[in-house]
Design a protein around this ligand. Structure first.
Ligand code: HEC
Length: 106
């Protein structure tokens, strides 16, 4: 009995330890599911859809100058031909996905 309780709490610990890892991957998952079709997997906007919609590369000098707050605003409210993600993604998801874009910009 004691042993199974201990095993159970070990399982909880392992689950708790994996939460930060999940949160880190979240931005990437959201990006691949909701943004990559237009911005490209690498964010460089080299796909046919990206060219058709004149999506800018996240590595363009203008995009690199954007602050996280500006990117969050563009994602939340939309910009030009880009749809708004307000109501489709939570504020936390938008923050995470912008964090992932900033990684792509390096
Ligand atoms: C339907 C295609 C499409 C999808 C899907 C899309 N975008 Fe965009 N995005 C665009 C276009 C087009 C622009 C350029 C808008 C403009 O400046 O007129 C843009 C611009 C941006 C910008 C501003 C960059 C700049 O240089 O002006 C950010 C930030 C951005 N997108 C983030 C995202 C995120 C995050 C997602 C996914 C949650 C996403 N986009 C999904 C088409 C898309």
């Amino acid at each position: 009995m004691k042993r199974s309780v201990r095993l159970w709490s070990l399982g909880l610990l392992a689950a708790a330890a994996s939460i930060p890892a999940l949160a880190q991957n979240n931005g990437e998952q959201v990006y691949k599911a909701r943004c990559a079709m237009c911005h490209g997997q690498d964010g460089l906007a080299t796909t046919a859809v990206a060219k058709m919609m004149s999506v800018p590369s996240f590595k363009s000098p203008a995009a690199k100058k954007m602050t996280a707050a500006q990117m969050i605003a563009a994602t939340t409210d939309g910009k030009g031909k880009m749809p708004a993600f307000k109501g489709k993604l939570t504020a936390a998801q938008i923050e995470q996905v912008v964090g992932y874009i900033q990684k792509l910009q390096k």
